[in-house]
Design a binder for this molecule. Sequence first.
Ligand code: AMP
Ligand code: ZN
Length: 665
Amino acid sequence: MTREEAQINELRDELRTHNYNYYVLDTPTIEDYEFDMKLKQLQALEEAHPEFYDPNSPTLRVGGQVTKNFETVVHEHRMYSLDNSYSKDDLLDWEKRIKKIVDGPVEFVCELKYDGASMSLTYENGTLVRAVTRGDGTQGDDVTANVKTIRSVPLQLKGDYPEKFDIRGEIVLPFEGFNAMNEERIAAGEEPYRNPRNTASGSLKLQDSAEVAKRPLECLLYSMKGRALGFETQFEGLEKARQLGFKVPEASKLARSIDEVLEFVNYWDVHRHDLPYETDGVVIKVNNLQQQEELGYTAKAPRWAMAYKFKAEQVSTRLNEITYQVGRTGAITPVANLEPVELAGTTVKRASLHNADQIEKLDIRVGDEVYVEKGGEIIPKIIAVDLSKRPENSTPTQYITHCPECETELIRQEGDAKHYCPNYNGCKPQVIGRIQHFISRKAMDIEGLGGETVALLVNEGLIQNYSDLYTLTKDDVLPLERMADKSAENLITGIEASKTIPFERVLFAIGIRYVGETVAKKLAKHYKSIDALSQATMEDLVAVDEIGDRIAESVIEFFSSEANRVIINRLQQYGLQLELSADTLANQTDKLQGLSIVVSGVFHSVSRTELKQLIENNGGKVSSSISSKTNYLVAGDKMGPSKRTKAENLQIPIISEQEFLDLIK
Ligand code: AMP
Ligand code: ZN
C-alpha cells in the first residue's frame, strides 16, 4: 500500500467515526472547522488519486449525482403496512388472536411510530448498495444517490455485520430543519411547505442529490431482514442495528402485558411533543422472532405487529371573524379568528385558512362551530364545520374582491391558489415587507436597522421604497421614536456599508417574486449585471439552467415596470453592486457560449464541481443528461457505460478532460 493510499484510508475512517458521533450519537468530539479541514484534505487526495475511488467515501455525502428517472426495484422482502388500533380493547383482542396461534408467554416491544417516508436499505459486505422507497410494498423506487447524502445513514458498517441484509427505517425531517427551510422559502416569497412528512418524501425524489444533501434529513431504523442475522428477538435486533452504526432511537421498550404497553403509549402521548421529529403513534411488535414467524402475515400486514395511533389533538370552537393578511409579495392569506381555546398545551386564537378554495371546500362561515386540529402542521388548522350548530341566518362566505389594506381589486392568476393585490408600489404591507426583506440578514444585512424601524420610516413618510434608504441622513431619522444619537449614526453607517454587498445578494434583496437566494446566484452568474438581466427575453431566461417559466415571467414582469426601473437606476447611482465584481469576471470567457455539455465520471486535474464551474464560467451550460442537443460529453474515469452508448448512438463528441481544458485555454 502506498503512503497516499494509507492516508486516504485513515482519513476516511476518521471522518466516518466523526460522522457517526455527530449524526448518530449526537455527541460530536471534534470542532466543525477541524472536520471541514479533514474533509477538504481527503477531497484533495481523492482528486489526486482517482485510482482509490470509493463510492462510499465520506466526501460523497455532498451529493452531485443527478437521477432523471428513478429505477423501479422489487423488494426482496415485501414492505407491509400495519394494522391500526385505537383502544385498550383493540389491543386485548389482538393479544387474544395471537395466543390462539402461539404457545407460551408473549412479550412485546414498543417502539415509536416515526412519521416520515419508509425506506429499505440493502447492505452487502458492510457497504450500502441500495436504498429503495416503499412504493406499493412489492416494488419501490431506487433513491440510493439521494439517501447516500443523509449523514446518519452509514455508508460503511462497523463491527460484526452479516454478509447481506435489508434494514427498514423511516426518513424524517426534524422540526428544526423543517422550520429553517420554511424561513428561507418565506424570505424568497414562496409558499412554505405544509408538513415535515411530505417534505421528507418529496426530498427523496429530487433529481439533484446535491439539493437533497442540503436538507437536514435523518434516517431512523427499526428492523433488519435477512438470514443468519445473529439475534432471536426484535429487541436484540434493535441493539444489533445500533452496534452496526445505525441510528436507532432509544425510546423502544419491552412490555410483558398489554397494560405495560398502554403505559408506554400514555407516556409518549404526552412526551412525544419533546421529540425533535414527528411521531404519529406507537408500533407494538411480538418480541420473539420465532413467534413472529408462526404468526405470519395477512394480505396487508404482519399479524405480529400493531400500530396504535395517537389521537390528533382536536377541539371545537367558534369562528368569530375571517380576516385577510397581505404578505410582502401581495399574496392574500385568509385567517380564521377563533374564540380562544386550549389545544395541545397552547391557546389557539387563529388558524390559517390558506386560500379561497379552502374556504369554499369547508363551506366555512362566520358564527360556525369549527373543529381545530393540531397535527403535523405547526399552525393549527380547521378540519371541519359542525353543521348541526350552524346559526339559522348564516350565509356563505364571500371571499374579498379588494385588498383590505389599499382597496385595489385583487387578481388571481391561472394556476395560482392565492389571490394577489397588484398594487405593488402603493400597498403598505407590500412596501414595508419588501424593504424589510431588502435589509434582512441574508440580503443586504444592514446593521443598525430592524424591521420595526422600517415600518416606522414608511409610516412617517420618510421612505417609500428601498432606494430611499440611501438618501436618509442622520437628521432625518433622529426625530423618530426611540432613536438615540448613537443608533441614528449606526443606522446611517450600516446603510452606507451595504454598498459593498455583492451583486448576487443585491439581486436577492430587491425581492423579485420567486427569485430566492439560489436563483439569484444563478441569474447573477449568468447575466453578470442587472442591465443584462433587465434586457433578457423570456426565451433567454428559460434557456438558463433551472430557470422555469414561472421565474422567467416574474423577472420580465419586474423589469417591465417603469417604477422598478427608476428604483434600480437610483440604486446604481448610489453605488450598489449591480454587476459581478472585476475579480469574478476576470475568470470568465464566452468560449463555450451556446454549448450544452454533459460531464460524467471521475476526473484528475480538476474536481467534477470545478469542471462544471469552468463550463459555466466560460459561458457553457452544464446539462445532466445526454440528448440530441448535447454538444460534448466530457468523459472521466468510471463513466457509466449507458451514458457512453447513448452519446455514441446520438453521435455526440466524447472528449477527455485534457481535450476539454484545451477548448478553454
Ligand atoms: P401504515 O403506513 O400506517 O400502514 O404504517 C406502516 C408504516 O409505519 C411502515 O411502512 C413504516 O414506514 C412506518 N413506521 C414508522 N415507525 C415504525 C416502527 N417503529 N416500526 C415499524 N414501522 C414503522
Ligand atoms: Zn393592497
